[in-house]
Write a protein that binds this ligand. Structure first.
Ligand SMILES: Cc1cc2nc3c(=O)[nH]c(=O)nc-3n(C[C@H](O)[C@H](O)[C@H](O)COP(=O)(O)OP(=O)(O)OC[C@H]3O[C@@H](n4cnc5c(N)ncnc54)[C@H](O)[C@@H]3O)c2cc1C
Length: 498
């Protein structure tokens, strides 16, 4: 990636430096920032410091946490000595972490080092070229206000703003932007710190093999330092709601959203978890832009941590009545309550709005990707499997994800619908074992109809299921052995399946 010097440049460096870096969950470890200059290891925390991820059932004793610097080149200088020590066999391997919202240890390594990238959060927008250069530790929460002030918006991101750009690229996230592949398609180039300690550029026409491996590569091919991402005009959107039978989802979505005259730019579906219509009814919500607001600088609504929204969602946990009430509100009341809202305001929402904070239970996500032709078959199979399992399904949304031609480990190998399922489980080993059984059954059902599943969640698939779901898995691991033979970069996903 050529060094890029925008003419109309807006540089904003956000202040998540030392203070932010120290606020890292339960890590009893301290930043290591100046030992690199001396070429020596920091005294370091006692081995056994515990980190966890968004699952809250994954406490992992790590060797310690190393913090990125705000500038990517400084991060490369900070991390370089550790990479040399790992290569020399003097230190354990390194896992790369963003916000640790993955749920199976993808951002952690038992006994290993963890690089917390969050301080590396500089942002520089080139409005004329419609591209933003973002430090990999920046979150969408950091980025959205910067883009909003110039009339732009992220082109593809998840449904919430909490995630780091590096973590989003490394899982190759998708959102609910209509007619878009996952985020890989929006990357013009990136800079990567390799296992050999070199900073290399890659992009659609440069180091293309490495580019495809890094996007959706779960931190196994190097540390993404920064990326150049396409941006999209912000606009005020008008919401539209339609209730449809779940088994007719594809036909109805095609008619409402994919028709040639449709102007919808964002759309998602929700399936009923109300016991009276479990996975039988759906609502499709689509957003169309008001033409005179496209590209305008619009007010950005503050992140909505609405206590009402949260109360309705959390009170449906563990309660059939709560689920019936929520479905009635989602289907009947939401169309009356919702009004025009900007694209950025929709995306500027924290995952915390709905998160489970209870000491006894955790919300666990699954996602299954289906070709259009087999979505209804999978919904029918999943309905039977989930009801038989007795596990509690709290929420299901449906996303339109277009074919991905960039990632070596692509999950959207054709146009697919993603079914995001949010289960609630107890935080015990027994409950996790029951969830493993359910997950393997759902993966079997999705594989039977030519679908696949998403890798950032619990590592419950068998080694064989991973290879059937990702036919490129073994080739990607062979490339890993060639590029990082030791390996220097490891995490729980690699240890489980490589
Ligand atoms: C509530 C919730 C909602 C979600 N919604 C969506 C959604 O709508 N769409 C979707 O696609 N996904 C969704 N996800 C999944 C989410 O996109 C991933 O878990 C994502 O990785 C989270 O980003 P993070 O910063 O927490 O990454 P982490 O969990 O910290 O890391 C994830 C992976 O990225 C690697 N990584 C992180 N930073 C770097 C870097 N700089 N260089 C190299 N590797 C790196 C890590 O090693 C790890 O393997 C959701 C997750 C949750 C918990």
């Amino acid at each position: 990636m050529a060094r890029w010097r925008p003419t109309r440049r807006q540089v904003l460096t956000h202040g998540a430096t030392a203070a932010g870096a120290l606020a890292v969950g339960s890590a009893a470890t301290l930043a290591v920032s100046d030992w690199a200059a001396e070429g020596a290891m920091a005294p370091g925390p006692p081995p056994g410091a515990l980190l966890d991820d968004a699952s809250r059932i994954n406490p992992t004793a790590v060797r310690g946490v190393l913090y990125a610097a705000p500038a990517p080149d400084d991060t490369a200088r900070v991390v370089g000595p550790l990479l040399r020590r790992i290569t020399a066999g003097d230190d354990p391997a390194l896992a790369v972490a963003g916000v640790r919202h993955s749920m199976g240890g993808q951002s952690m390594l038992a006994g290993g080092w963890v690089l917390d990238t969050r301080p590396m959060n500089q942002i520089s927008l080139d409005s004329a070229s419609r591209v933003v250069r973002v430090g990999a530790g920046a979150t969408w929460r950091d980025l959205i206000p910067v883009l909003n002030a110039a009339g732009f918006s992220p082109k593809v991101m998840q449904s919430n703003h909490d995630f780091s750009v590096g973590g989003s690229l490394s899982v190759n996230c998708h959102g609910w932007h209509t007619d878009h592949p996952p985020i890989a398609a929006t990357v013009r180039g990136l800079r990567l710190l390799t296992a050999a300690g070199e900073v290399v550029s890659c992009g659609p026409t440069e180091n293309t093999e490495l580019f495809g491996l890094v996007l959706g590569g779960y931190g196994l091919f190097g540390v993404i330092l920064e990326a150049d991402l396409d941006v999209w005009p912000n606009a005020r959107y008008v919401p539209h709601f339609d209730s449809v039978p779940a088994l007719d989802y594809v036909e109805e979505f095609t008619r409402l959203v994919l028709a040639p005259d449709s102007t919808a730019e964002m759309a998602y579906g929700r399936l009923s978890v109300d016991p009276r219509s479990f996975l039988e009814e759906a609502v499709i919500v689509r957003f169309t832009p008001e033409a005179d607001t496209v590209g305008a600088v619009l007010p950005l609504a503050a992140p909505d941590a609405s206590s009402l929204q949260r109360a309705v969602f959390r009170n449906s946990a563990g309660s059939s009545l709560g689920k019936m009430l929520r479905w009635t509100l989602e289907r009947e009341a939401a169309p009356w309550l919702a009004g025009p809202i900007s694209r950025n305001s929709i995306q500027n929402e924290p995952a915390a709005v709905f998160a489970d904070h209870s000491a006894e239970t955790s919300d666990i996500l699954h996602e299954y990707f289906l070709p259009h032709a087999t979505l209804a078959k999978f919904i029918t199979a999943a309905r039977e499997i989930i009801q038989r399992s007795g596990q509690e399904l709290l929420n299901v949304t449906v996303r339109d994800v277009r074919r991905d031609t960039r990632s070596a480990l692509a999950y959207a190998r054709e146009d697919v619908f993603g079914l995001v399922m949010n289960f609630r489980q107890e935080r015990t080993a027994e409950a996790d074992a029951r969830m493993r059984t359910l997950t393997r059954e759902l993966i079997e059902a999705v594989l039977e109809v030519n679908g696949t599943y998403y890798l950032p969640y619990r590592l419950h698939a068998t080694r064989e299921q991973v290879r059937r779901a990702y036919p490129g898995w073994d080739a990607a691991m062979a490339a890993k052995s060639r590029m990082d033979p030791l390996p220097v970069f490891r995490n729980a996903l690699f240890d489980a399946y490589a």
